[in-house]
Design a protein around this ligand. Structure first.
Ligand code: THU
Length: 134
């Protein structure tokens, strides 16, 4: 798997490319896969506000487009003093391709601020197993 330093650098770099003219809040996300690949995404806003997409969604789309399906770790990098934890929708998006123990690292420009497991951010979650256990 890629090192946390590499993952942090990838998230910081892609954050600069965010298209966020409306919120002026740039977010970058970097996913590490178990076999050492890194996929990145940034938020892409739209004049029709609800159509905008989150950084995590972009990184997941990039991963899936190459045929990878497992998130080993993810770094989410936001702006400001507060922890930029993934929004509710993105927690569910991550859940589809992760395990309860998958680390979600929340970063600011200076470094990783706090690390969570997916299960901490999305306890008792609904996922693929619910549908296959019928
Ligand atoms: N945003 C993300 O990209 N990821 C998150 O997990 C939180 C929010 C974006 C969406 C929007 O473009 C901006 O941050 C402000 O909400």
């Amino acid at each position: 798997m890629a090192s946390l330093d590499e993952l942090f650098a990838a998230a910081k770099s892609v954050q600069q490319r965010a298209y966020a003219p409306y919120s002026r809040f740039k977010v970058g996300a970097a996913i590490a896969t178990p076999d050492g690949k890194i996929f990145t995404g940034c938020n892409v806003e739209n004049a029709a506000y609800p159509v905008g997409s989150c950084a995590e969604a972009g990184a997941i789309a990039a991963m899936i487009a190459t045929g990878e399906k497992q998130i080993a770790a993810i770094v989410v990098m936001g702006e400001g003093e507060n922890l930029v934890t993934p929004c509710g929708g993105c927690r569910q998006r991550i859940r589809e391709f992760a395990t309860p123990a998958t680390p979600i690292h929340v970063a600011g420009p200076e470094g990783i601020r706090r690390s969570f497991t997916l299960d901490e951010l999305l306890p008792f979650s609904f996922g693929p197993d619910n549908l296959s256990a019928r």
